[in-house]
Each structure stands twice: as C-alpha cells, then as structure tokens.
Design a protein around this ligand. Structure first.
Ligand code: SF4
Ligand code: SF4
Length: 206
C-alpha cells in the first residue's frame, strides 16, 4: 500500500514538473509570435493539436505491444465516475459509451461488496479523493473467463483505452500504462495550458 501511495505522490510531483516545462515551451512560442493574434491562434489550434495527436498515436501504438492477461479484474470491478442514474440519463441522451457500459455492468449493492473483491485497489481509489462508483459484470466466471467472449461488447475489447484511468494492479497493461505516463501528463498539461492561453487571447491579453 505504501508503495502505491508513493507512486501517487510521485505522479503529482512529476505532473508539476511536466506542467512547468510545457508552460515555458508554450509561453516561449507565443512570445516569439510578437502579439500576432492570428499566428497565436494558429499555433494553439493547429500546431499544439498536431503535437497532441502525435503523442496520442504513440500511446495507441505502444498499446498494441500488450495483450490481456485475462485476470478478470476489470470484469469483476469496473469503475465509473458516473452513478447508475447518471449513466442511464447519458445513455438515454444517446451517449454510446454510457449505453454500452450500463448494459454490460451491474452496480454493486454497496461499497463493501466491491471492497471485498479488490481491497487495496479500492483503498487507493479512495485516497485519490475522486468519487467513483463500482460495477461488475455478471458474465465473468469463477475462473475469470468471459462466458460470452465472442460477443463481448466494444468497451471490453478496447479496455484499457483510457490512459488516465488507474489500472488494476493485476492488469497486464500496467507496463504499457507506466511507459506512457509522461506522455499522458504532457498531453494533460498541453490541453490545460492551451485552454488558459485561448482565454487570454480572447481577452486580448496576449
Ligand atoms: S462481457 Fe465478458 S469481457 Fe466484458 S466485462 Fe463481462 S465478462 Fe468481462
Ligand atoms: S484487468 Fe487487464 S489483464 Fe485483467 S482482464 Fe482486464 S484487461 Fe485483461
């Protein structure tokens, strides 16, 4: 557990460092454009976007080097930031992911039941301070197999496709996840900083 806590603290520290470095680089580019508003807009909309896309491609390419180890953890304990009611609402508004998620996973009756499955993982999620909801799939067997493997939905085929989410410690994609950590932090920082500069540009402060 201490190791996991350490990892989280290290991540926060690393994000600060990445943020400062990305900030300096982007600020430098903007300064070099000498208040040329169209140039700055083009830099933020086109150049930064191109860079983000390149980084995303690296993440996807690296993922192809790994395959599911069939530990069953993501079937027995799926996490969502949305409650069942919120997912149903989203699904009724046409959100495909929400529709697939809620038709695949069933909410745990209570947190304790989820905790019994993966206590350390849940403890860590709690410590991260984010409010999340716990779900499971009724199709996973005792020996962690999918009882309807050929017909499993896209969300199962694509998992894990979100590099920001915290993976189960038993997931065979952990190495992929770790290897893209810095790229993920860079994308996050670029996206946040770009929003900041866009607002500054709108206000006429650049
Ligand atoms: S459908 Fe199969 S792969 Fe998908 S969560 Fe359920 S058991 Fe797992
Ligand atoms: S947690 Fe990872 S290794 Fe385990 S079943 Fe899910 S995708 Fe496969």
């Amino acid at each position: 557990m201490d190791k996991l806590k350490e990892h989280y603290t290290q991540l926060v520290k690393e994000y600060r460092e990445v943020f400062v470095s990305v900030w300096n680089a982007m600020q430098g580019e903007i300064n070099s454009l000498n208040h040329d508003k169209d140039g700055i807009k083009n830099y933020l909309d086109v150049e930064v976007e191109k860079h983000i896309q390149l980084q995303r491609n690296i993440i996807t390419d690296r993922r192809r080097c790994f395959k599911c180890g069939m530990c069953g953890a993501c079937c027995k304990l799926a996490i969502s930031e949305f409650s069942p009611t919120a997912l149903l609402e989203k699904a009724s508004r046409g959100d495909k992911f929400a529709r697939e998620f809620i038709s695949t996973f069933t909410p745990y009756e209570n947190e304790e039941d989820a905790e019994k499955q993966y206590p350390l993982y849940i403890q860590l999620l709690k410590e991260s301070g984010e409010k999340v909801y716990y779900y499971y799939c009724k199709k996973v067997t005792e020996d962690n197999k999918c009882s309807d493997y050929e017909n499993r939905p896209t969300i199962c085929r694509d998992y894990p496709d979100n590099p920001i989410q915290m993976l189960h410690p038993t997931c065979s994609f952990i190495e992929w996840h770790e290897s893209i950590q810095k790229i993920v932090l860079t994308i996050k920082a670029m996206t946040e900083i770009r929003e900041h500069f866009r607002k500054e540009l709108e206000k006429g402060d650049l």
